[in-house]
Design a protein around this ligand. Structure first.
Ligand code: MN
Length: 240
């Protein structure tokens, strides 16, 4: 069971980025803040599988298929927002996007980084009880895979890890609703900052065949029901 299927590629990318397996935290280490904020006796959100040993499966899977997962959830918390989550290093790196994604290249959308979520969160739809962290209804607004455009010889997860650290991700979304090339760029704050001061990023569409103009409907206006269950926010909320 060799991790490095292609030593030439692995050493090349290691030389370029100086990122080694030791630099990648285990999912458990990345999920400490997520778990601390929640009482899993009260919320139906997933705690995530424990991974006391470094979990190699996501990286291997991503290497094999070249695909990393993403999810966008519409979340009616104290302020309505959309949560963008990208699979990197075995967890879902997460951003709260107050206005949601736009397909108009002239529009920049604020994306405030939040705590890493477990990959099990990708199938969560329901209502977090009032008074609990993030209390409110969560809708699965889009799911699918994404790829890093400039991955070159690097495995997709390795390229995503590098661009995340650099603070400039160039992504190609393969969703049912969000499609094509986007940039996610860190504008403020430090990667290693405390949990209370996470970085701000901007999400913006590149010009391509999937781009929309100001005259076209916004993605968030066109798609208002769950991509999985087709339910409205009210229907999800009513289901308890
Ligand atoms: Mn949220």
């Amino acid at each position: 069971m060799k991790e490095k299927a292609n030593p030439a590629t692995a050493s090349k990318s290691a030389a370029k980025s100086a990122t080694t397996a030791k630099d990648i935290l285990t999912p458990d280490a990345q999920l400490t803040e997520y778990r601390r904020k929640r009482d899993f006796a009260k919320t139906a959100e997933p705690a995530g599988e424990p991974n006391e040993v470094p979990k190699k499966a996501p990286a291997k899977r991503a290497t094999r298929t070249g695909e990393l997962r993403f999810v966008i959830q519409k979340h009616a918390a104290s302020h309505l927002h959309y949560d963008l989550r990208l699979e990197i290093d075995g967890v879902m790196k997460s951003w709260a996007v107050p206005k949601g994604p736009s397909a108009d290249p002239k529009v920049k959308r604020l994306a405030m980084q939040v705590e890493d979520h477990p990959v099990e969160y990708n199938s969560f739809e329901g209502t977090i009880p009032a008074g609990e962290y993030g209390g409110g209804t969560v809708m699965l607004w889009d799911t699918g895979t994404y790829s890093i455009e400039d991955a070159g010889d690097r495995a997709q997860n390795s390229a995503a890890h590098d661009e995340y650290e650099t603070g400039e991700l160039k992504l190609d979304f393969h969703g049912k609703r969000i499609q094509g090339s986007y940039a996610l760029v860190r504008t403020k704050g430090n990667m290693r900052g405390s949990s209370s001061s996470k970085p701000s990023w901007l999400l913006l569409k590149h010009r391509d065949d999937d781009a929309r103009s100001a005259e076209d409907p916004e993605l968030t206006a066109e798609f208002t029901t769950s991509v999985v269950s087709d339910r409205s926010m009210n229907e999800i909320s009513d289901a308890g």
